[in-house]
Ligand binder design. Structure first.
Ligand code: SF4
Ligand code: SF4
Length: 415
């Protein structure tokens, strides 16, 4: 995995243009909802943005800035949502988000990681989940008597959130897989946390361990296709694991499975819903879900990367599948928010932020809900248990009457 010094080119290339804070001009629909960086929108200073964080990274790397409590707090206010990264890449070839992640890894390396994040890491180490719940309860959500394949090369990876706090997502996912006629297994006692939180908070060694552990299990169990219903798991398998290990397993999101099943006629929606909805693109399912391809070339004059670098620009995330599904459900109308697809605005759950700044996380969710409400939709649909927590907390705190659906719930209701 690259370290902070590997991003000197990015640090030196920033021309302070500020595009990392904004939706690209042609996609703006007005002043409102024009900003994409939640920390800049909330705190206003340049230090709170992709631009500011890569400047801070350079000052730390080159020894001109010392760690202080306020600085560490600032670094860990970032949601690692990647909106800065894709917007910067729309004008320049740089790695803004990877620089921020490398900065966090350096903080941890220098003994400056946050206690709250290290506590979560200890829970993962001991119990293999982010909550510290008993490992032997991880599959309590599995319906009694549910028949699974022992030999299938397809597995459903529930992830910590669906396993412990949103069992309905896991149960609905199995119903969908059954409706689609897919034969699958689950990993059972060998399913451990994917390590997303470790990666996003800079705990590189622990993350590497999680990646190696999970990949060894997939290999041992002969898994060729892994299906997830958690955006954090999906983005981590595709964008995180290949930084350490050869990931020769196909990773599919449940929405991709559903769109295939609609096309082949295996899934047909029979129940009308009469609902106007808007869809929130989770960062790790959208702009951060593109597969990471290692690159070990040279950067020559004028920033020419030799051989050409496969940039992750966020434009190939899972954007169409959830929308196709929503539009295929009879009676459901989809209306779009201004900030959508690669310009989606984070839900507030990213980067380990809720563990340290819960009020700020809820403020971000409320800002997104305001945008969702501006569409006239009665319900917000998304596809990630962490987004669900963020939005449902903010809905309750603000007595907002908008409903929230995980995509799997909407699909099962319409079957
Ligand atoms: S990070 Fe990119 S978009 Fe942001 S100020 Fe620097 S060059 Fe501009
Ligand atoms: S990752 Fe998100 S929160 Fe962090 S600086 Fe970039 S846009 Fe802002």
């Amino acid at each position: 995995m690259e370290s902070l010094k590997d991003f000197l080119y990015t640090m030196n290339s920033c021309n302070q243009c500020g595009q990392c804070k904004w939706v690209l001009g042609p996609k703006m629909r007005g002043w409102k909802y024009a900003e994409v960086c939640p920390i800049h929108l909330r705190y206003g200073f340049d230090a709170y943005s992709g631009q500011g964080l890569i400047n801070i990274a350079q000052e730390i790397l080159e020894g001109r800035l010392r760690y202080e409590d306020g600085l560490i707090q600032l670094i860990y206010t970032c949601l690692t949502c990647g909106a800065c990264d894709v917007n910067c890449k729309s004008i320049r070839d740089m790695e803004v988000l990877d620089t921020i992640l490398a900065l966090r890894a350096k903080c941890v390396e220098d003994g400056q990681g946050l206690t709250e994040h290290m506590q979560i890491a200890r829970k993962i180490e001991k119990t293999h989940n982010i909550y510290g719940n008993p490992h032997d309860k991880r599959f309590n959500w599995l319906p009694e008597g549910k028949k699974l394949s022992d030999t299938s090369s397809v597995a459903y990876f529930a992830g910590c959130a669906a396993a412990y706090t949103h069992p309905e997502i896991a149960v609905n996912t199995l119903k969908i897989l059954d409706a689609a006629g897919i034969t699958y297994k689950v990993l059972g006692a060998e399913e451990y946390c994917c390590g997303a939180m470790l990666w996003r908070t800079g705990q590189t060694e622990a993350f590497k361990k999680a990646a190696e552990q999970n990949l060894a299990v997939l290999k041992k169990q002969g898994i060729k296709t892994l299906i997830t219903s958690c955006a954090e798991c999906y983005g981590t398998f595709r964008g995180g694991y290949p930084r350490f290990v050869d990931m020769d397993v196909e990773v599919l999101y449940i929405s991709e499975v559903v769109t295939d099943a609609i096309k082949t006629g295996k899934i047909k929606f029979k129940k009308k819903q009469n609902l106007k909805v808007t869809y929130h693109d989770p960062c790790m399912l959208g702009r951060l879900s593109e597969k990471y391809v290692p690159w070990n070339g040279k950067i020559e004059a004028y920033g020419v990367h030799v051989p050409p670098k496969p940039w992750r620009r966020g434009t190939n995330g899972v954007y169409e599948a959830p929308r196709e599904i929503i539009k295929a459900i009879p009676g459901v109308t989809l209306v779009e928010m201004v900030r959508n697809a690669e310009n989606s605005f984070c839900c507030g759950a990213g980067g380990g932020v809720p563990a340290v700044l819960p009020e700020f996380a809820q403020w971000v969710a409320a800002e997104r809900l305001d945008e969702a409400g501006s569409t006239g939709a009665a319900a917000l649909v998304s596809a990630c248990p962490f987004c669900q927590d963020s939005f449902t907390n903010a809905l309750a705190a603000n007595r907002n009457k908008m409903r929230y659906y995980d995509l799997t719930e909407l699909v099962v209701k319409a079957l």
